[in-house]
Write a protein of this length. Structure first.
Length: 398
């Protein structure tokens, strides 16, 4: 049964007015976020400082265009090949709030005070598989970022997530071409479609590797569209999804609700556990909804009403409503990464348990059981970086 999400004329006018007001808020927050004086060459390899925790070792798979600049590596244009790059990111020993990235402000970066790359190696597909085997975990966590994310943004955010969550999964970042401009929303959206085959190739290769025992996907915002379209494409082609794919986590999904149900219908059971982290007052998705013709996004659904209410038992889709929870994120777009909720999710991931376990409740308090958060895709300023329509033209903000 198809559910319609079209509002009445009065509701539509109200939404448009609110969305325009919030658009102004997003732009203002973006200008504030752009005043930090971030380095344009933040990926220059520097010497690792003595002492401190070991760097975060990740594999970065991208469909972006390479640039002959060792401080940038890739831009926001679409490349003709899939490139695999191993990056080791050093996180400074200075005091840092969970979820915070201390962005490089100098060239070269100062690893004693800022996030910095301390090693970089290019990989072929075979050497990338060897790298994964050497990690020895057998469990891959693939992160797919959202709209308006530069290559270095994605790298440092994911490194922060890996460190703060304490996850034992082997980190793999899939970064697709994003221009990092407010006016490039449609370009970025089409870039996700451009990257579907590459993302499918990554998932297929991982599933076929005997050293990979389990695959989990964490996707945020527009990255959830790329994820669902790729899974749909794989299911249509193969008749099923790989059994090694256990969890698909969609945070603030920027997907049309009707379209999501059609995507889901093409992925047969048994399918991976799909978890939705939603907030009905997500201001960033209000603007995305306006662009989409005033059609609600999955990230704003009410899990207490049909068809969403029945999805845990019927579809193995588990919505988590974060609307009533406190948040330091003024856009309400990164709630899942806030405080106890993030620590609870991180604890389940670390323990290898399903985050769709019915024992999990939004009132569950885990306090200091886990030292970090799941804040790779945003908390406080991070929400501004990753949110749809959250950053004005990158050149102007910098």
């Amino acid at each position: 049964m198809q559910t319609r999400f079209v509002a009445t004329t009065t509701e539509t006018r109200g939404r448009v007015v609110r969305a325009i007001a919030r658009f102004g808020l997003l732009a203002a927050l973006a200008l504030l976020a752009g005043c930090g004086g971030r380095s344009e060459e933040s990926l220059l390899v520097v010497e690792r400082p003595a002492g401190g925790a070991p760097p975060v070792d990740m594999m970065v798979v991208t469909t972006r265009e390479c640039v002959p600049d060792p401080g940038r590596l890739f831009n926001g244009e679409r490349g003709n090949t899939i490139v695999n790059t191993e990056l080791k990111v050093s996180i400074p020993p200075v005091e840092r709030k969970p979820g915070e990235v201390i962005w490089p402000t100098h060239t070269p970066p100062d690893p004693a005070r800022e996030f910095a790359v301390v090693d970089r190696r290019d990989h072929t597909p075979e050497s990338a598989r060897n790298w994964f085997r050497a990690q020895g975990t057998g469990r891959a966590l693939i992160f797919v970022h959202g709209f308006n994310t530069r290559y270095d943004d994605a790298v440092f955010r994911f490194a922060q997530f890996v460190r703060d969550s304490g996850t034992t999964f082997t980190p793999v970042l899939f970064t697709w071409p994003s221009r990092g401009k407010l006016v490039a929303y449609n370009y970025d959206r089409e870039s996700t479609n451009y990257s579907r085959d590459a993302f499918e190739a990554l998932l297929t290769s991982a599933a076929a590797d005997p050293s990979v025992k389990e695959i989990s996907i964490l996707a945020h915002s527009m990255g959830t569209w790329l994820t669902m379209e790729t899974l749909r494409q794989m299911a249509i082609r193969d008749g099923r999804l790989p059994a090694k794919l256990h969890d698909v986590i969609l945070a603030s999904p920027d997907i049309d609700g009707d379209v999501f149900q059609r995507q889901l219908a093409r992925i047969p059971q048994p399918r991976p556990r799909i978890s939705l982290f939603v907030s009905r007052d997500d201001r960033a998705l209000d603007v995305s909804r306006l662009i989409a013709g005033d059609v609600d996004r999955v990230g704003q659904i009410d899990p207490s009403v049909e068809p969403w209410k029945s999805m845990p038992t019927k579809e193995n889709v588990h919505p988590f409503d974060l609307t009533a929870t406190d948040s330091v994120d003024r856009l309400r777009h990164g709630r899942f990464a806030d405080g106890d909720i993030a620590r609870m999710i991180g604890l389940k991931l670390i323990a290898g348990q399903s985050i769709s376990d019915q024992r999990i409740g939004l009132g569950e308090r885990v306090g200091g059981m886990v030292s970090g958060t799941l804040g790779a895709v945003g908390s406080t300023a991070g929400a501004v970086v990753a949110a749809p329509l959250s950053v004005i033209d990158a050149g102007a903000s910098r």
